[in-house]
Every structure is written in structure tokens, then in C-alpha cells.
Design a protein around this ligand. Structure first.
Ligand code: FA5
Length: 346
């Protein structure tokens, strides 16, 4: 071997060893192909005398192919988990491919998130565990487990968005009731209540107006124990909402219908004048919550004996609470992206 060839071979062998060490440390294995150890050799190629370039270039390309082979082999080692289409994220997204967050100094939390966290903190201090909902769910959780059998007319009250294969963008956080009842059923066996708050996003194919959005947030409460009554429901809601508003509330409860609660109620609070459209009785009140005693069939579907345990649930819209708290006249401001609106909260 000529002295020149010997030199090139040693240089590339050393580079290969360095690249192997670098590869071991990388999360994104493909980044090795952009390593300065490799790109530096290509820069070096351009500085060589013409007669040496062909041999060096070929050896370099061989090295690059070898490194690409290592990358492919390392990808084969990655064990992909089966995809759960109802999960809130792709379980196979490598950590280094997740979108990075913008620096906090460029913005502030959205007022709805601030208020949702505030509400969540109050509920947590009242003894409620906190569970997130999901962005896509199935018919069983959205309807069937909630005592809406197939063909039930009340299904039409929820203008749901559906995928072509029948999955549903949840139209209410009640889609989590069956899951949280099952998850916390062990509490009952050990003599403790089930107490869970589910704050999350929901979707409805709504006509938009000052109090209706197609995408909005609900906070769902679920409470089960022995001997629970409507009195407990009202006392809990009053404690939660009075704490949220920091003042005593004028509230109104009236009978309503939900398939998953019996009896069911609508919980309304008095509108401040800035939110009144007229002077009729209906104009005076802002409907905040649906609530009621959990239907025996819902408890049964979660394996809880309704002859032993009773409970209540509620589901309210966060936007309408925040509108009420700050005198915001149009729900659409929240999603408008208008900075002069947002800055009033920072
Ligand atoms: C429900 O969604 C029931 N799941 C609530 C429930 C839970 C009842 C548990 C009993 C037990 P409703 O469709 O009424 O009910 O919505 C509940 C609240 O969400 C409403 O009172 C309102 O505050 C809010 N809301 C409903 N639709 C919209 C909308 N389009 N935009 C903004 N907020 C809305």
C-alpha cells in the first residue's frame, strides 16, 4: 500500500471509531449523518490535489454508506408499541421528535387555562382527584355506558363530530364517567368515597353565538359513597362555585333531563347586567351546569351496586364561568387570538 493510501485508510478508520462513539450518544440516530466528523471529511476532500480526490472520495462514500447502515440497524431495534387511536398522543413519537415549546417569556397562559387550574385547585383541596379526559373516544363511553342505548333520542342532543369509522370527539366530559368510576371503585371497598374532577376540552357541531362555541372546556364532578343525596350535590356545588367566585352566589336549580342522572337538574346563576340581553326571567339567568344523581344503570355499568352506593355528578362549562366572573360579553373572544383581549388577564 502506498504511503498516501495508508494515511487515508488510517484517517477514515479513526473517523469511523469516533462516529460510532457519537452514534451511541445520540437519541436521533439520523443526526450522525450530519456530524462534523463526517462533514469535515467532505470539506477536506475539496482541498486535496486532483489526483488524490477520486480514491479519497470513494473511501469516504464507503464510510458514509457504512454509517447509514448503522443508523438503519439501530432503527430496527426500536420496538413500536401497538397504536391506541383513542390515546391523546402517538405513543411511538420519539422524545426528540416531540414539538418543542415556545419560550415562556414570549407569552402567558391562556386565561381559560388559568381559570381551569384555579377551579381544579379548589376541587383538589375539597378532596377530589383530578383526571384528564380525551380528544377522541368511542360510542360506549360517550353514550352506551351513560345509559343512552343505541337509537336513544337524547343522543341527538349532542351534535357530535365523528370519524368515518365511528369514533367520536367527546361532546362532554361525562365520556369519562365509566372510566373514573371503575378506576376508583376500590375506594368504596376501603370505606372512602369516589371523588373525581375531570376538567377538559369537548367538541360540538354548534351554531356559534355569544354563549356557544364548537370547542369549549367542561369540568365534570363525580362523587359516590353510601347515603349520598341531592343535598350533598347542592352543598358541594355551592361550596365549589362560591369559592371560585369568592362571593355568595344567587343560584337556581330546576328539573332537567339527562339519561345518565335521575333526578337531573340544571344549575343556573344570576347574570350580571352586562350579560343580559333583555328583562325577561329567562334573560336573568345563565345556565352553568347540568347535574343530578348518577343513574343506577351508570353505576351498574361500572360494576358498582346501586343498592349500596349512590352518587352525584355535574358537568359545567368553564368559558361561561369565566365570562360571568369577568363580565365578558362574547364567548368567541377566548379563541379570537386578540392580544388586547388576552393582555387584560396577564
Ligand atoms: C352536559 O354536557 C352533561 N354532560 C352535564 C352533566 C354531567 C349532567 C354530569 C349531569 C351529570 P350540557 O349539554 O347541558 O350537559 O352542557 C353542560 C354545560 O356545558 C352547559 O351548562 C354550559 O355551561 C356548557 N356548554 C354547553 N354547550 C356549550 C357551548 N356550545 N359553548 C360553551 N359552553 C357550553
Amino acid at each position: 500500500m502506498s504511503e498516501k493510501k495508508q494515511e487515508t485508510s488510517e484517517l477514515l478508520t479513526k473517523a469511523a471509531e469516533t462516529l460510532k462513539r457519537e452514534l451511541a450518544k445520540l437519541d436521533d440516530k439520523r443526526a450522525i449523518l450530519r456530524s462534523p466528523t463526517l462533514t469535515g471529511l467532505y470539506s477536506q476532500l475539496r482541498t486535496l490535489p486532483q489526483e488524490e480526490r477520486a480514491a479519497f472520495g470513494k473511501a469516504l462514500n464507503d464510510l458514509k454508506s457504512e454509517v447509514a447502515g448503522w443508523v438503519d440497524a439501530s432503527q430496527d431495534d426500536v420496538k413500536l408499541q401497538p397504536i391506541d387511536v383513542t390515546a391523546p398522543f402517538d405513543v411511538n413519537t420519539p422524545a426528540n421528535h416531540k414539538p418543542s415549546l415556545l419560550p415562556a417569556r414570549d407569552g402567558s397562559k391562556h386565561p381559560l387555562m388559568v381559570e381551569l387550574e384555579y377551579m381544579t385547585d379548589i376541587a383538589y383541596r375539597m378532596g377530589f382527584a383530578i383526571e384528564e379526559s380525551r380528544l377522541i373516544d368511542d360510542d360506549y363511553h360517550m353514550f352506551e355506558s351513560l345509559n343512552f342505548p343505541e337509537g336513544h333520542p337524547a343522543r341527538d342532543d349532542y351534535d357530535t363530530f365523528m370519524t368515518t369509522d365511528g369514533l367520536i370527539a367527546p361532546a362532554h366530559t361525562s365520556t369519562m364517567q365509566n372510566r373514573v368510576l371503575k378506576k376508583y371503585a376500590g375506594n368504596l371497598e376501603s370505606g372512602n368515597p369516589i371523588a373525581v374532577l375531570v376538567p377538559d376540552r369537548v367538541f360540538r357541531n354548534e351554531d356559534l353565538d355569544v354563549t356557544h362555541e364548537h370547542t369549549f372546556y367542561q369540568f365534570e364532578g363525580v362523587y359516590v359513597d353510601k347515603g349520598i343525596t341531592v343535598g350533598n350535590l347542592i352543598a358541594t356545588l355551592q361550596a365549589l362555585l362560591s369559592s371560585y367566585f369568592g362571593q355568595a352566589l344567587k343560584a337556581k336549580i330546576q328539573p332537567f333531563y339527562f339519561p345518565f342522572t335521575e333526578p337531573s337538574f340544571e344549575f343556573a346563576i344570576e347574570r350580571p347586567e352586562s350579560l343580559r340581553k333583555g328583562d325577561t326571567e329567562a334573560d336573568m339567568w345563565l345556565e352553568l351546569l347540568g347535574c343530578g344523581m348518577i343513574h343506577p344503570n351508570v353505576l351498574k355499568a361500572a360494576g358498582i351496586d346501586p343498592a349500596v352506593y349512590t352518587g352525584f355528578a355535574w358537568g359545567g362549562g368553564i368559558e361561561r364561568l369565566v365570562m360571568m366572573k369577568y363580565g365578558i360579553e362574547d364567548i368567541r373572544h377566548f379563541e379570537s387570538g386578540k392580544l388586547d383581549f388576552m393582555r387584560q388577564f396577564s
